[in-house]
Each structure stands twice: as structure tokens, then as C-alpha cells.
Design a protein around this ligand. Structure first.
Ligand SMILES: *[C@@H]1O[C@H](CO)[C@@H](O)[C@H](O)[C@H]1NC(C)=O
Ligand SMILES: *[C@@H]1O[C@H](CO)[C@@H](O)[C@H](O)[C@H]1NC(C)=O
Ligand SMILES: *[C@@H]1O[C@H](CO)[C@@H](O)[C@H](O)[C@H]1NC(C)=O
Length: 368
């Protein structure tokens, strides 16, 4: 927490020290807005240090017993985040929950991740250099994907994702992000013999202490509810786990929310807070929607099991020129928002970033 002189900015409670929550905290500090962060996990565990960074924000949710004192509450946007669920409860009671948000999830993913203890580099020569060697494998015949990454410390980070269709993902057992070790064992058995260029995936599972294997549920759904009253949701919800978009979107959420809060930081009324949350949603929605649609298409290509989806998979991964595949990457990379209340960094890229909505307050302050 930090101290500020008058005028009094809102005090922000952040629930969840995932990538979105921590980045928001760093940015609020720059904006001289005070905050507290609540985190359920008691220790930091190196669960999966590479691409599964994206899943941290969904995994971390607050303890329902926590009591908050603050002007603004920021929670995780995952389907089963307790903050989202508490908003839903309020909205349902007032008959204001958007219809699509009241519907169950059609598709979800189980994502299991772990990082091994240090391994012998003679057995795994890929560990000898300073590069990350990664393999991403698409199951043929089952909607599964799995991957391995070499990471610093002579370790291998591994992960496996299972796509669930409506019938299974509706099952209540999938709605809890934290399952007992029994659930893990069943999935480990399922994925143990999956082939990797090093041999079966199981050799890495065996080298990973069980308490460092984590399993999370990820939804594929674009939510309409982003905020209610003094509560707003940010994070990596609704992105395909293997597309690597989750962490990026979580950080973009944090940047844009910080921008919106900065502009109302002088004694905000509740109307100002609502307006800031709406501004946050308006700025983020088109980009999230674009990523979500892309992510959904990619999921069809990767996990699809129908004849035509398999054919599409062969074409996309076998024959499409890289330039076509890179087109969307370049388009997505043009969106790289910055904090508009800090001096902007120059563009180092080969493509121009998209323009951003300037901060009214910052512009005024700079003019003085
Ligand atoms: C949280 O609340 C539940 C139900 O009210 C209770 O059973 C549990 O002991 C509480 N946990 C803590 C840490 O206070
Ligand atoms: C890897 O990086 C470390 C630290 O920068 C360096 O000391 C080492 O020589 C590098 N190893 C190789 C194989 O490049
Ligand atoms: C805050 O809301 C009040 C009305 O409730 C309005 O007059 C004022 O301009 C708003 N401030 C900002 C920074 O939007």
C-alpha cells in the first residue's frame, strides 16, 4: 500500500495475485491509487513456468470468507471465480443477469501442467543449450493436446489439455478448479503414454512431485457480464488454453483497467466508477471478442474430430504457407496497449501499434 495526499483516489481490493492482479497492482502503484491484494495460495509453486502462465489467473480465486473494505473490488473473470459468482447472485436476484451468462458452458478444457525436477542433460540433450525447445502435439483420434518445454534449471515443463463437450463439462465435478489428488491420478493414467519426441509423457510426470502437478478447468465462453456496482472482473477467462492468449489478455485487461481508474481517481462517485468500468469494457470488448473468435476457430482446427475438421487440420498444419498463418499474429500484435498516464514508450516494432484513447486527466495535467 502507498499513501497519497488529497484528492482522495479510490482504494482498490484485488482478489487473486495472478498475472492480471499483480500487473494491475504494479500499475495502480504508478497511478498513486492504493490497493490490497488477497491471494488464496499460501506459497508460490513453480507449477508451469512457460506458456501455462496463461492459466494462473483462472486458477487463483478468492476464499469466500474474505471480507473486503475498499471502494472498488477487482476479481478474476473465470466462469467459476467466486467474485463472478457473487456478481451473478446479485444480478439474478434483481433479474438482471444477461441470458447468455445464465446458460451453462458448451465447451471447456481441463489443463494439467507440471514442471519436473532437474533432469540429466545427457539423457535429454535439448537441456544443454540456453534455448527453450518446445513440442506441441495434437492427438489424432482424441480431442487432446500435450506439450513439453525445456526451461532454465535443466527442467522440462509439460502440459496436457483435454477438450470437454457439453455433456461432460456440465458435470459439476468439472466446475471446481481445485480437485483432489484422486482426480489427478485418473487423468495422469490417461495421458501417461502420450508420445513425445523424448518418449512417453509419463517419464516427465514421474519426475514431477505430485504436489507440483496442477489441473485447472478453462471455459470457452464470451461473457457479457464484466462488472456490477463497484465490482469488476479481469483476467484470462475464455481463451483456448493452447493458443497462448490467456496471459496476454489478462495483462491487457490490467493495463486498460488501470487507465480507466486513473481518469476517475479524484474522489470518484459511484457513477464515475460505473462509467470507468463501462469504459474498460468498451475498450476491451472488440479485442477480446476478436481473440475469442480466433481462439474458437483454432480450437476446432486443433481438437475437431469430424472428418472435415480432420481434413482442415491436415491442410492448416501441412500445407498453409506460414505467411497466411502469420497474418492474424501480426494483426493481433498491432494491439499492444500502454498505460496512457505514463510517458509512452516509442514503437520498436516493424508494425505500428493501434492508436489508444488518451487519458483526459493526464492530458490536463501535462498541460499545466
Ligand atoms: C469459511 O466459511 C465456511 C462456511 O461458512 C466455514 O465452514 C469455514 O470454516 C470458513 N473458513 C475459514 C478459513 O474461516
Ligand atoms: C547459457 O547461459 C549462461 C548464463 O548466461 C552461460 O554462462 C552459458 O555459457 C550459456 N550456455 C550455453 C551453452 O550457451
Ligand atoms: C464524476 O461524476 C460526476 C457526476 O456524478 C461528474 O460531474 C464528474 O464529471 C465525473 N468525473 C469524472 C472524472 O468523470
Amino acid at each position: 500500500m502507498n499513501n497519497t495526499t488529497s484528492p482522495k483516489p479510490p482504494h482498490v481490493i484485488i482478489v487473486g495475485a495472478g498475472v492480471a492482479g499483480l500487473l494491475l497492482a504494479i500499475l495502480l502503484k504508478r497511478a498513486n491509487i492504493t490497493f490490497d491484494i488477497y491471494e488464496r495460495a499460501r506459497t508460490v509453486k513453480p507449477l508451469a513456468s512457460v506458456k501455462h502462465l496463461a492459466e494462473g489467473g483462472v486458477q487463483i480465486q478468492c476464499d469466500d470468507n474474505t471480507s473486503y473494505t475498499g471502494d472498488i473490488l477487482v476479481g478474476a473473470d473465470g466462469a467459476y471465480s467466486s467474485v463472478r459468482q457473487s456478481i451473478y447472485k446479485d444480478l439474478s436476484e434483481q433479474d438482471k443477469l444477461p441470458f447468455s451468462d445464465s446458460q451453462g458452458l458448451k465447451i471447456g478444457y481441463i489443463n494439467m501442467v507440471g514442471t519436473t525436477d532437474p533432469l540429466d542433460e545427457e539423457t535429454y540433450p535439448a537441456l544443454k543449450d540456453n534455448f527453450t525447445h518446445f513440442n506441441f502435439i495434437i492427438g489424432n483420434g482424441k480431442p487432446y493436446t500435450w506439450s513439453t518445454f525445456t526451461v532454465p534449471g535443466k527442467k522440462i515443463c509439460w502440459g496436457a489439455q483435454i477438450q470437454l463437450k457439453a455433456t461432460t463439462s456440465e458435470d459439476r465435478t468439472f466446475k471446481n478448479a481445485e480437485w483432489g489428488p484422486e482426480g489427478n491420478e485418473a487423468m495422469i493414467k490417461d495421458i501417461y503414454n502420450f508420445a513425445t519426441p523424448y518418449g512417453p509423457l509419463g517419464q516427465f510426470i514421474d519426475k514431477t512431485p505430485r504436489e507440483r502437478i496442477s489441473k485447472v478447468f478453462l471455459e470457452e465462453k464470451m461473457f457479457e457480464t464484466w462488472h456490477n456496482g463497484r465490482v469488476v472482473l479481469i483476467g484470462d477467462g475464455n481463451m483456448l488454453p493452447s493458443a497462448g492468449q490467456g496471459a496476454v489478455n489478462a495483462m491487457q485487461d490490467a493495463v486498460i483497467l488501470a487507465n480507466c481508474l486513473y481518469d476517475i481517481a479524484n474522489n470518484p462517485t459511484s457513477d464515475n466508477i460505473t462509467a470507468a468500468f463501462q469504459d474498460f469494457k468498451d475498450q476491451r470488448y472488440p479485442h477480446v471478442k476478436h481473440q475469442f473468435d480466433l481462439s474458437k476457430t483454432m480450437a476446432k482446427v486443433i481438437y475437431g474430430q469430424t472428418w472435415s475438421e480432420r481434413l482442415l487440420r491436415r491442410i492448416v498444419f501441412g500445407y498453409l504457407p506460414k505467411s497466411v498463418l502469420h497474418k492474424d499474429t501480426i494483426k493481433a500484435a498491432a494491439y499492444r496497449p500502454q498505460c496512457v498516464f505514463l510517458p509512452l514508450t516509442p514503437n520498436y516494432g516493424t508494425h505500428q501499434p493501434l492508436p489508444q484513447k488518451p487519458s483526459k486527466r493526464y492530458t490536463e495535467e501535462q498541460a499545466i
